[in-house]
Structure formats: structure tokens, C-alpha cells
Design a protein around this ligand. Structure first.
Ligand SMILES: NC(=O)c1ccc[n+]([C@@H]2O[C@H](COP(=O)([O-])OP(=O)(O)OC[C@H]3O[C@@H](n4cnc5c(N)ncnc54)[C@H](O)[C@@H]3O)[C@@H](O)[C@H]2O)c1
Length: 256
């Protein structure tokens, strides 16, 4: 398995914690050289250190995907250090405002704008920064992190759902427009994933966890590694004929 991503140059954007951090570790364990890019540089630095301690190759860079300048600068620096680019996992989302993302009548427009700015527009900025480098290689893969929220009608989180739905559309555009030039684009759409940070924080109410588990025709909640495994496949040669898809990874909570 170690050879699957051997010497692949990959940037994971939004990888200081949670799913992104687990993806970095998975990719590095499979042989990739990984740039750990995040708005939280301390967290990204720790992830890169963990990878190096485990014998892998990774380095950290700051990025704010709300800001075009830092996106272009970070991707430029990453490509310079990696010596090119084979793949990108665009995973960042501003989840601090998600609890204020109420409903269409009560929605604070600042929350709506911020959600779209990071979770959708930010992904467009990342796409524009990484694509030319992938095209230069003659082939490459982009994986975006979407969410079940794009497809499940919910009575809350309208901005988050709209952003993730838009992200699925952006992904299909990229897959259609650049597929013939060797690019694949796909989304991984997690259901609820109980990240190590949520577990450590201890702030997720037990009733919510019980409710999430009750929705799953299975025996446990989602873990960050469940998502990382699918991202690794989509970034590998084995995933090269997968293009334009939304991969639902949710333990069966949503079946499509
Ligand atoms: N955990 C879940 O249940 C779940 C379910 C469905 C989808 N998702 C999606 O998975 C992805 C990762 O979520 P997570 O649960 O691991 O949360 P997380 O908060 O641990 O990860 C998000 C990462 O993005 C970074 N980030 C935030 N704003 C940024 C910005 N402007 N620029 C660069 N980096 C920024 C954060 O610092 C963090 O490291 C998100 O896209 C989220 O919407 C998560």
C-alpha cells in the first residue's frame, strides 16, 4: 500500500485538524510528499511534525482561503517546495459560524456571506491556484470536501447546505471542463464525523451523538480515517477513472 502514492506531490488545504489532518497522515503513510496548509499554522505545523516523526514527508504553510493573495502565495510556495503538484484536497470550511446558520427568515446575512466566502468561493480560489500546476503535469486530481448537508433537506444550516451544494456543482464543472486534459475532480461528502477535536472538546451533547448513531444502519459513528481513506483512493492512480462524482461516506445514513 505504501507505494500507491509514492512521490506524489499533494497539498491538503484545511488540514490543521479533523478530517484534513487525518488525510495528510493517510497520504503520507502511502508515500506522498504533503503540504499541510491551514489558517491555523500552529496546528498545521504539529500535523507535519507528526508525519515526519512517523517517517513520512510533510511541511506546513499558512493559508486563508478567504483571501486570494494568500491562496496564490501558499500554493506557489507549496509547488516550489514539492517540485510540482499531482493532487489537491480542498477541505477547509469555516465551521465557527455554523451554529449561527439558523434558517432563511432569521439568517444573519454576515453568517451567510462568510459561509459562502470560505466554503464555496474559497474553493474556487483554491481551484484556480492549483489547476495550472496540475495541467502542467499533464494529469492530476482534485478532491473537495462536501457534506451530506448538500442533499439532505434540513430545517437549519441553509448557508452551509447551499455552499456544499454549490461545491458539488463547482466540482462537476471542473471535471467536465478539464477532464480531457487529464484532470479528475470529485467530492467526498461525509455524514457526521466525530473528529478527535470534538471528542477532546467534550462539548457535543450525548443526545446529539445518540441521535446521529440512530440514523446510521451500522454500529458506530464516522471517524476521520473513514474519510481520509476515500480521499487517498481518489488521489491515487487507482482512482484515475473516477471523475465528477460525489462520494457519500456516511455509514449508510443517507443512501443514494
Ligand atoms: N465533521 C463532520 O461531521 C463533517 C461532516 C460533513 C462535512 N464535513 C466537512 O469536512 C471538512 C473538515 O471538517 P472537520 O470536521 O474536520 O472540521 P475542522 O474544523 O477540524 O477542519 C477544518 C479545517 O479548516 C481550517 N480552516 C478554517 N477556515 C479556513 C480558512 N479560511 N482558510 C484555511 N483553512 C481554514 C481549520 O483551521 C481546520 O483545520 C469541512 O469541509 C466540513 O464542512 C465535516
Amino acid at each position: 500500500m505504501r507505494e500507491r502514492l509514492n512521490n506524489k506531490a499533494i497539498i491538503v488545504i484545511g488540514s490543521g485538524t479533523g478530517i484534513g489532518a487525518a488525510t495528510v497522515k493517510q497520504l503520507a503513510a502511502e508515500g506522498a510528499h504533503v503540504c499541510v496548509a491551514d489558517i491555523n499554522l500552529d496546528a498545521a505545523t504539529k500535523v507535519a511534525e507528526d508525519v515526519r516523526v512517523a517517517g513520512g514527508r510533510a511541511f506546513a504553510l499558512p493559508i486563508d482561503i478567504a483571501d486570494e493573495g494568500t491562496v496564490n502565495e501558499a500554493v506557489g510556495q507549496a509547488v516550489a517546495q514539492l517540485g510540482g503538484l499531482d493532487g489537491a484536497h480542498v477541505n477547509a470550511a469555516d465551521l465557527r459560524v455554523i451554529f449561527e446558520d439558523s434558517d432563511a427568515l432569521a439568517e444573519d446575512l454576515a453568517v451567510f456571506d462568510r459561509t459562502l466566502q470560505v466554503n464555496l468561493r474559497g474553493h474556487l480560489l483554491c481551484t484556480r491556484a492549483v489547476l495550472p500546476h496540475l495541467l502542467q503535469r499533464g494529469q492530476g486530481a482534485i478532491v473537495y470536501t462536501s457534506s451530506s448537508a448538500a442533499d439532505v433537506g434540513e430545517n437549519t444550516r441553509p448557508a452551509y447546505a447551499a455552499a456544499k451544494s454549490g461545491l458539488n456543482a463547482l466540482m462537476r464543472h471542473v471535471a467536465s471542463r478539464w477532464g480531457r486534459e487529464g484532470i479528475t475532480a470529485n467530492c467526498v461528502a461525509p455524514g457526521f464525523v466525530f473528529t478527535p477535536e470534538m471528542q477532546a472538546g467534550g462539548q457535543v451533547p450525548q443526545e446529539l451523538l445518540d441521535g446521529m448513531l440512530a440514523r446510521i444502519p451500522g454500529i458506530r459513528l464516522g471517524q476521520v480515517e473513514d474519510i481520509a481513506a476515500v480521499v487517498a483512493l481518489l488521489l491515487s492512480e487507482q482512482g484515475r477513472w473516477i471523475n465528477g462524482q460525489v462520494y457519500n461516506v456516511n455509514g449508510g445514513a443517507l443512501m443514494r
